[in-house]
Design a binder for this molecule. Structure first.
Ligand code: NAP
Ligand code: MG
Length: 402
């Protein structure tokens, strides 16, 4: 068989530990035999980040802007223990944080559905995609303890010296204070990414906040979404028969539980943090979850939602065959290849990506799974090592192509 040609490269960001091992196995077993892979390779493994003073992460993000599509392996975000373990020059920042700061935008996460993995919520039939705003609010807040009685105020001083001020609270005794912010440009970028992603994936978009209580902050999010929808996306949504709708966060939670799924749920940063863990757990497993960062200019970075699976890696280093689930990492690759195919008008590449995704799901639905899913499925499952699982998928891909 002739390998599928890629006219244009994608950015390939290699990573750490168990996912780095899976990365190579996925390329060897499922990609290189079928596709003449065309990638611009960046090694974001911790050792190489340290050697390059983390310049490689910045270079990879800039390359993503240039080429439009990237696939990223999970990476270690170093803490004190990692600084010692890898003898690092310093405690480098989270690569995802660095990449997001350069690309901006929104992280979309959706469960990968298999029939034999029942969602905990029995109404859910289709995936629910979480769109989490990835900037500001409590993640960039400042805090103070109020040591005792006194007045707390919030003040803005403009560059021209004019001030705006309001009283936060007149304390009668000790208490707490928190100040947070967001920017109009980041909220607008968030809204654009959500509307675009909804159109591209043909799904309704829900957005929720608490504007009844937060009459300036959350109200601005609500009005920004509304204005951008009316101005730029309403016609396209109506043409496709899609809806955009806003509701309060508490109402949204109740509706989501009663829904069938099959929509995008856009959430502010903190709400997105909390709800994405709830939704992913209720659907089954982090290893069965896709994740893509979409920038406001329409640049795409695909990754797995889980980390580097350190505990399995230490077992692998001792010579054990592990049963680590590669599905999310495979879907990061198929997401990127399908997007490249779509942008380049390369139907063969997009079709291959879809075929590989189907082969993964068929394998899982046949009960041939890794340990995490075997535990969810129960006694009908056959537990495979990662490599056995990849080879079972490969057999399906080969059969489908033949
Ligand atoms: P993790 O790598 O997601 O693993 C946590 C646990 O979840 C694992 O020990 C394993 O449970 C289970 N698990 C996760 N992915 C799995 C898979 N594909 N197959 C089977 N089981 C899986 O999180 P962590 O241990 O907290 O973090 C490890 C490293 O990853 C850290 O250095 C962190 O900085 C990094 N991290 C990176 C990213 C990213 O790059 N996007 C995200 C999160 C964390 P059992 O051990 O019980 O089998
Ligand atoms: Mg979280």
């Amino acid at each position: 068989m002739d390998k599928i040609i890629m006219q244009n490269p994608i950015v390939e960001m290699d990573g750490d530990e168990m996912t780095r091992i899976l990365w190579q196995q996925i390329k060897d077993e499922l990609l290189s035999p079928f596709v003449a892979l065309n990638t611009e390779y960046y090694d974001l493994g911790l050792k190489h980040r340290d050697e390059t003073d983390d310049q490689v992460t910045v270079d990879a993000a800039l390359a993503t802007k240039r080429l439009g599509v990237a696939v990223k392996c999970a990476t270690i975000t170093p803490n004190a223990q990692r600084v010692e373990e890898y003898n690092l020059k310093k405690m480098w920042k989270s690569p995802n944080g660095t990449i997001r700061a350069i690309l901006d935008g929104t992280v979309f996460r959706a469960p990968i559905i298999a029939k034999n993995i029942e969602p905990a919520v029995r109404f859910w039939k289709k995936p629910i995609t979480i769109a989490r705003h990835a900037y500001g609010d409590v993640y960039k807040s400042v805090e103070l303890p109020a040591p005792g009685p006194g007045r707390a105020e919030l003040t803005f001083t403009g560059e021209d010296g004019t001030t705006l001020s309001t009283v936060v609270h007149d304390f009668k005794g000790p208490g707490l204070l928190q100040g947070m912010h967001n920017t109009d440009s980041s909220i607008r970028a968030f809204a654009h990414s959500c509307f675009r992603f909804a159109l591209e994936t043909n799904q309704d978009l829900w957005f929720c906040a608490k504007d009844t209580i937060s009459k300036t902050y959350d109200q601005t999010f609500k009005l920004t979404f509304e204005a951008i929808y009316n101005e730029d996306y309403k016609a396209a949504f109506e043409e496709k028969g899609l809806t955009y709708f806003y509701t309060l966060i508490d109402d949204a939670v109740a509706r989501v539980i009663r829904s069938e799924g099959g929509f995008i749920w856009a959430l502010k940063n903190y709400d997105g943090d909390v709800m994405s863990d709830m939704v992913s757990t209720a659907f089954g497993s982090l290893a069965m979850m896709t994740s893509v960062l979409v920038s406001p200019e329409g640049v795409y970075e695909y990754e797995a939602a889980h980390g580097t699976v350190t505990r399995h890696y230490y077992r692998y280093l001792k010579g054990e065959e592990t049963s680590t689930n590669p599905v999310a990492t495979i879907f990061a690759w198929t997401g990127a290849l399908a997007k490249r195919g779509e942008l380049d008008g390369n139907q063969a590449l997009t079709d291959f990506a879809k075929l590989l995704e189907k082969a993964c799901i068929d394998t899982v639905e046949a009960g041939q799974v890794t340990g995490d899913l075997a535990a969810l499925i129960g006694p009908t499952a056959t537990k495979l090592t990662s490599l056995q699982f990849l080879r079972a998928i490969r057999a399906r891909v080969e059969a489908a192509i033949a």
